[in-house]
Design a protein around this ligand. Structure first.
Ligand SMILES: Nc1ncnc2c1ncn2[C@@H]1O[C@H](COP(=O)(O)OP(=O)(O)O)[C@@H](O)[C@H]1O
Ligand SMILES: [Mg+2]
Length: 356
């Protein structure tokens, strides 16, 4: 019985030794070279007999085995430590980077693992935010689409139920349905634009063009096609030879959005477009004497779908996407938009463009 126990201990230690050896075998070449060198020097300088040499050789081999065992033991411990940290990260058992602790000789590696862990955590948070944004977006879109569709459906049903023969309302209802289908179309166009921009598919073609002609054309077009009552939309005079560099079509979209906002939110008054000529760029301002925007709303109006409480509940149509599109287009021009506004006094939107 005792013998068996003894044998068991020997076997256990031997298997540990083999295991340690596995971890230290990468050093075997160095140790062999050193040993051979040592024996060779002993033979050369001390003229030792062959038997003594053999004994020395055996002692060196035994010492080497002990050294390899000790190196292997330490390496095995360190590698197991690293393995266990990696396993805990993989199995999501680590919530905080402070939970990653390695022994003192591995502090440098510990720092690196912590850095990697932090990065993965950041990626996860970003992905969760994206997933949330996507589901918010779908929620908004379906809500925004439902309103005009239900309204159109309502008018069509009322017409079918008999109103079509009522000469007093039939035309009015058809006009209203048409108006809402127009809103639906505008919403879809804005949605297509915003999704194209956000997925990076908006391609811009930059050209040099005359900014006075560009703004004059936009104003003339609006003045000739839209019924503007009580509002004076005008372009203030400036140097007619300035050229800027940008995507003309996209910048037209920017101007149309800003002017249509100014028109929508200015029941009576003036809307002035002006341009300031600077050294390297021009500053374009769209100033209205309309209802203005509250301070706390000014920070948020460039978010997609954001409409102020007042305008969400009013009958003024809108998607809340216009300024988000404007912001994206100007960012693609390395520019940004800012707003100054006072309730009841008016608003002023300003942005820069590079001169050519
Ligand atoms: N010129 C302006 N005067 C007053 N409020 C404005 C003006 N331009 C924008 N806003 C406010 O900013 C919000 C967001 O504008 P926008 O993104 O163009 O959406 P929309 O015009 O479809 O409502 C508007 O709902 C409105 O409340
Ligand atoms: Mg708008």
């Amino acid at each position: 019985m005792k013998q068996l126990k003894g044998l068991d201990i020997v076997l256990k230690n031997f298997s540990k030794f083999i295991l340690n050896f596995k971890y230290s075998r990468i050093f075997i070449n160095e140790i062999l070279v050193l040993s051979v060198l040592f024996v060779f020097l002993a033979f050369l300088f001390f003229e030792i007999s062959f038997l003594k040499l053999l004994i020395i050789l055996l002692v060196i081999i035994a010492l080497n085995l002990l050294v390899l065992n000790s190196i292997g033991y330490k390496r095995r411990k360190e590698i197991n430590e690293i393995k266990s940290v990696i396993k805990s990260i993989r199995k999501n058992k680590i919530a905080n980077e402070e939970d990653i602790v390695l022994s003192k000789y591995l502090k440098n590696l510990e720092g690196n693992i912590k850095g990697m862990f932090q990065r993965t955590q950041n990626d996860i948070v970003r992905m969760e935010k994206l997933a949330q944004a996507r589901s918010d977006f779908l929620g908004y879109v379906s809500h925004e689409l439902r309103t005009p569709i239900f309204t159109i459906q309502g008018y069509l049903e009322t017409l079918l139920d008999g109103a079509i023969d009522d000469a007093k309302v039939n035309r009015i209802f058809i006009k209203k349905a048409l108006h809402h289908s127009g809103n639906l179309n505008a919403l879809l166009n804005d949605l297509i634009d915003i999704s194209m921009i956000e997925s990076g598919l908006m391609s811009l073609s930059f050209k040099s063009f005359n900014i006075y002609d560009f703004l004059k054309n936009i104003i003339d077009e609006i003045n000739s096609t839209e019924k503007i009552e009580g509002v004076n939309l005008k372009l203030l005079e400036f140097d007619k030879d300035i050229k800027v560099f940008g995507d003309k079509e996209r910048l037209k979209q920017v101007m149309n959005n800003l002017i249509s906002n100014a028109l929508k939110y200015t029941p009576k008054g003036t809307i002035e477009l002006s341009l300031y000529n600077k050294k390297k760029d021009v500053v374009i301002c769209i100033k209205d004497s309309g209802i203005g925007i509250k301070k706390e709303d000014q920070k948020r109006i460039f978010e997609r779908f954001y409409r102020t409480e007042r305008d969400r509940s009013s009958l003024v149509p809108g998607t809340g996407l216009g300024l988000a599109i404007v912001k994206h287009i100007l960012e693609a021009h390395n520019s940004s938009i800012s707003v100054k506004s006072e309730l009841g006094v008016g608003s002023e939107f300003t942005f820069k463009l590079k001169k050519d």
